[in-house]
Design a protein around this ligand. Structure first.
Ligand SMILES: [Zn+2]
Length: 398
């Protein structure tokens, strides 16, 4: 039996006293993060040397001994150390070029702190160090496994949540003998090579309209006014709703695809992205697609499925999935076409998904055209640069 990590997010309802202590935790962890980010920057500016986690942790211990910073003792010290580790990780990711430079945390953003140890869920109570009496939690789905750590969150709309990361014993789905290519789009979230499809979240369109409206109203309100504050809260609530319903849907679809197939092949998003236009709905769909790809990938790993990401541009829409002939003049408006070489009839997106599957199987068997990352990026960039707007458009849906 193998184990996997799973997260469970629950809404929590602290009492007034607990809310005060939570606020101290949020504030102290943010303070520690910001202060040592500042120290690290200063040190580097001074003599180009770097401080690491251990330097920071030692300095924090000293700091807590001084009268001015005694208040740091009121909170769980492990949370403060976790905040330093978090800063250290942010630096490491930056140096590995995985992330931008760490920035100062603001009290106006979403608040969070990590509790690395001694977390339990007893009935409908979340028990943490300094909160031994437990914080009321709404456990809407049963948690499995052993809790590794917790992250306590407060949204900009003032709601509290806890995210519990657990180690869970896990048995993979049975083999199905089926493979699938997945194409993604704006109108449909996913089009499968077997001809079925999942449309994008139905309610999203109306919600986006409402979002635009609320945003416009916000821009009309006077800065610093109570009305503006109220409007901002409204906007936050709406964002939260959209993001929750989107996430639920992505989970449902990704679980289903992984459950029903042994091989899942998909085009890398980075390559798709370089080649397409940008607008609001596009940007929103990018966020979803990124999350969707990530879900497919980790769920495939959980269930020992083969997951292939085709990380290089290839004309998935333009090629005939039966004979390989390439229809060069395929524009975006053409949804159905006939192959001039073999006469096959194609639904545009299903044909693309079929090609994605074939390419994925080639890669798995070791004779695909997957390139190394740098070459892929250079190619994609040069494609993006040299193309005229028209060519760009047709390439985008290539
Ligand atoms: Zn053909």
């Amino acid at each position: 039996m193998k184990t996997i990590h799973k997260s469970y997010k629950y809404r929590i309802y602290p009492s007034e006293t607990q809310a005060v202590l939570l606020a101290k935790h949020f504030g102290s962890c943010r303070f520690v993060f910001n202060r040592f980010l500042h120290t690290r920057k200063e040190q580097y500016a001074k003599d180009k040397t770097s401080l690491n986690y251990y330097d920071n942790a030692a300095a924090l211990t000293e700091l807590k001994k001084t009268a001015d910073f005694e208040w740091l003792k009121e909170v769980n010290s492990q949370c403060l150390q976790a905040s330093l580790k978090n800063l250290d990780t942010a630096y490491k990711h930056f140096f590995k070029q995985q992330n931008r430079f760490p920035h100062f945390k603001s009290k106006y953003d979403r608040q969070s702190f990590k509790v690395p140890q001694n977390v339990s869920l007893v009935g409908d109570k979340l028990v943490l160090p300094k909160f031994r009496e437990g914080i009321k939690a709404k456990v809407h789905r049963e948690m499995e496994g052993k809790i590794l750590f917790a992250t306590v969150l407060k949204s900009t709309t003032g709601k509290y949540y806890v995210s519990l990361t657990c180690e869970v014993a896990h048995s993979p789905h049975a083999k199905t003998g089926k493979s699938v290519g997945v194409d993604t789009g704006i109108k449909e979230l996913a089009i499968l090579s077997d001809g079925s499809s999942y449309e994008n979240i139905k309610s999203l369109k109306t919600k986006l309209k409402r979002l635009k409206y609320v945003q416009r109203q916000l821009s009309k309100k006077q800065k610093g006014s109570a009305a503006r504050h109220r409007q901002k809260r409204k906007l936050g609530v709406l964002h939260e709703k959209i993001s929750n319903s989107r996430k639920d849907y992505l989970h449902k679809v990704s679980s289903e695809i992984v459950k029903n197939h042994d091989i899942i092949s998909i085009e890398d998003l980075a390559v798709k992205n370089i080649l397409k236009n940008h607008c609001l709905s596009q940007a929103m769909s990018d966020v979803s697609l990124g999350a969707f790809y990530a879900m497919l990938e980790y769920k495939a790993a959980w269930h020992e499925r083969d997951f292939v990401k085709i990380d290089r541009f290839f004309p998935s829409s333009k090629s005939c999935s039966v004979c390989g002939w390439v229809k060069e003049d395929l524009t975006l408006s053409i949804r159905k076409w006939e192959c001039a070489a073999c006469g096959a009839h194609h639904e545009r997106d299903v044909n693309a998904a079929k090609n994605i599957l074939q390419e994925g199987i080639k890669i798995l068997s070791g004779c695909g055209t997957q390139s190394d990352k740098k070459q892929k990026r250079d190619e994609a960039l040069s494609l993006g640069k040299s193309a005229t707007p028209e060519a760009h458009k047709s390439l985008a849906y290539g």
